[in-house]
Design a protein around this ligand. Structure first.
Ligand SMILES: [Ca+2]
Ligand SMILES: [Ca+2]
Ligand SMILES: [Ca+2]
Ligand SMILES: [Ca+2]
Length: 266
């Protein structure tokens, strides 16, 4: 290989590496991402219909289930949702969500519908019924990396499903006690690796493992939709993904130019 061809090879390598997209984290602190924050989200804010990071729109099944849709819950221990001791006179008690993850996504409990300020629930509180389902639709295909599950314990489980462009899917089932409850001395949350195809050991009592089911010829690099089925009271946070390289076509063009230059040089 001539030195000129070496240089072209290096240039091509640089073009390839610069096309690698950085990870994007939906952290529910803003409508942007952890990496590029947008407009702040406040405790109790309704989140259905919000487009995060400009590419991921959240909806829920609030029309068909008796919850009030997605809302932000401030998980700060000692923060605004730290409502004192648990007892029969304290229906606000949600200490099992206080895992210090900033805002998390909950399905709002229908017992607490009041919005003094429109669009903001006075008292965010997670729905305790079954099958609160969130859908995150991406404007272009992504690779999902991970999601944090919070308070998967007691009678509660969670099902995360990724759908690719072809309608094939991969399901991650988090069984009862996968995270445990922070008020019972367990971690109370855990990051689920959405690139893994093997069971992931939980941190809750009995350390139960998640399970993975793949349906069809699922392509994890072309995910267009994600659903989160919270079966009982709990929350999620930190949805991390890599956008499809928008520079693919530019890269193709770049390599054509390089090849043409290479012809001239040789
Ligand atoms: Ca957060
Ligand atoms: Ca609750
Ligand atoms: Ca709990
Ligand atoms: Ca719970």
């Amino acid at each position: 290989m001539s030195s000129k061809n070496w240089i072209l090879g290096i240039l091509f390598g640089l073009a390839v590496s610069s096309s690698t997209q950085a990870a994007v984290t939906i952290d529910f602190e803003t409508n942007g991402s952890a990496e590029t924050p947008g407009t702040n989200i406040v405790n109790g804010q309704t989140l259905d219909g919000t487009t995060f990071a400009g590419v991921a729109t959240l909806t829920s099944n609030a029309a068909s289930r008796p919850h009030l849709g997605g809302a932000a819950f401030d998980t700060t221990d000692g923060g605004v949702n730290d409502t004192g001791p648990a007892n029969d006179n304290n229906p606000l008690w949600d200490h099992d969500l206080l895992v210090n993850s900033g805002n998390a996504l909950i399905a709002q409990n229908n017992d607490f519908p009041t919005q003094t300020t429109p669009g903001i629930f006075d008292r965010p509180n997670d729905f305790a019924g079954n099958n609160a389902v969130f859908t995150l639709d991406f404007t272009s295909p992504v690779t999902l990396l991970s999601i944090d599950a919070i308070d998967v314990n007691g009678n509660m489980n969670m099902l995360i499903t990724l759908f690719d462009l072809g309608g094939n899917s991969r399901e991650y089932f988090l069984p009862v006690n996968w995270t445990g409850d922070v008020t019972a001395g367990f971690q109370g949350y855990e990051t689920l690796d959405l690139t893994a195809t093997t069971p992931q050991v939980g941190v809750g009592p009995g350390t139960p493992s998640s399970s993975v089911t793949t349906i069809g010829s699922f392509d994890p690099t072309n995910v267009i939709q994600m659903t989160i089925d919270i079966d009982g009271s709990g929350a999620v946070d930190n949805i991390v993904f890599i956008p499809e390289p928008a520079t693919m076509s530019l890269l193709g063009l770049g390599s054509m130019i390089l090849l043409r230059k290479r012809k001239k040089l040789s």
